[in-house]
Write a new protein. Structure first.
Length: 171
C-alpha cells in the first residue's frame, strides 16, 4: 500500500522511470534502474543506470538523474524536487539524495525485492556498522594535520554549502 505524505505523487513519473529502467538493460548500458526528478510537475532530470557504458560503478540511475537535474536548474540543492526511482536507493545514492536535499523519494521496488533477483546491497549497510579499520576494505585514519588545516580554512570562509544540514527540512 502506497503511503502518501503529501499530494506530489504522480504515477506518470514512475511510469517514465520504469521505461528508463527497461532502456538501461535492453541497451546494454546498465542494470534495470531508472529515475526521474520532478520540480513543480515538470521533469528536470532523468537517467538510468549506465555503469557498463560509462565503465563507472557510480553511474547509477539516481546519480545520473541528480547530476542532470542539478545542471538543468543550476543548483546543487534540489529541495523543491521529488525523485521517482524504480529501486530503493543504494547507500551511495542515498548519500547523494541527502546531499542534494531532495524533498521526497518514491521508489517502486524495495532492497529486499532487489536482493531476490540478484541486487543485494545489504553487505554495504552492514559495513557501515563496522569500525573503519575492521571493514572488508580497511580504512585507516592517518590524522594528517595539513588536511585538517584545509578543512579549517574552508570552515572560516563560511561558504553557503559549508553546513548543508544545519536545519533539517520539514515536509
Amino acid at each position: 500500500m502506497l503511503q502518501i505524505i503529501d499530494n506530489s505523487y504522480d504515477e506518470k513519473f514512475m511510469k517514465r522511470a520504469v521505461l528508463l529502467s527497461e532502456m538501461a538493460y535492453k541497451s546494454g548500458k546498465g542494470l534495470p534502474i531508472g529515475c526521474v526528478i520532478v520540480r513543480n510537475g515538470i521533469i528536470v532530470g532523468e537517467g538510468h543506470n549506465e555503469i557498463f557504458s560509462r565503465n563507472n560503478p557510480t553511474a547509477h540511475g539516481e546519480m545520473v538523474a541528480i547530476e542532470n537535474a542539478c545542471n538543468q536548474i543550476g543548483n546543487l540543492q534540489l529541495g523543491d524536487c521529488e525523485m521517482y526511482t524504480t529501486l530503493e536507493p543504494c547507500p551511495m545514492c542515498l548519500g547523494a539524495i541527502y546531499w542534494s536535499k531532495l524533498r521526497i523519494v518514491y521508489f517502486a521496488n524495495t532492497n529486499k525485492d532487489a536482493a531476490e533477483v540478484g541486487f543485494d546491497d545489504s553487505f554495504i549497510f552492514e559495513e557501515f556498522r563496522q569500525e573503519p579499520e575492521k571493514r572488508k576494505i580497511p580504512m585507516i585514519n592517518t590524522n594528517n594535520t595539513e588536511a585538517m588545516k584545509v578543512l579549517k580554512g574552508w570552515q572560516i570562509e563560511n561558504l553557503p554549502a559549508s553546513q548543508p544540514w544545519t536545519k533539517i527540512p520539514s515536509h
